[in-house]
Unconditional design. Structure first.
Length: 128
């Protein structure tokens, strides 16, 4: 597999998923065969349209799950930005994140909140 073919595949992934993480770049570079084998599973469970709408609903679920699992802020932020692009409002994303607090605690919520704030850039009240 040539470098140009790998770049082309990453471009296809970005168009289809709506984002690309460093993880995707590393895997395409290091084990392209595995990525090609994994993609049908990702399509069936996340990127494909089934009963739940792929755009808004599945992105909200991704945000909540990744916050609960304490994923990297940048990874959660990518999903927040995509959810916003796909029609979720900042308040809908925040409400979805707030569901993490009861079962997973404030630490999980805090990481999700940081990702939300990085994507939405709300006006924050500062103490003088």
């Amino acid at each position: 597999m040539t470098t140009e073919e790998k770049r082309s595949y990453l471009g296809k992934m970005r168009r289809h998923r709506g984002y690309i993480l460093d993880m995707h770049k590393i895997l395409v570079s290091a084990d392209f065969d595995w990525v090609q084998a994994y993609d049908p599973f990702a399509e069936a469970t996340y990127t494909g349209q089934r009963l739940l709408d792929r755009n808004k609903t599945k992105e909200l679920l991704q945000i909540v799950v990744e916050a609960a699992l304490r994923a990297d802020v940048e990874q959660i932020q990518a999903h927040v930005e995509l959810a916003l692009k796909e029609g979720a409002t900042p308040q809908e994303v925040l409400e979805a994140l707030q569901t993490v607090v009861m079962p997973m605690g404030m630490l999980a919520f805090r990481r999700g909140l940081q990702a939300w704030a990085a994507a939405v850039k709300p006006e924050v009240v500062e103490l003088d």
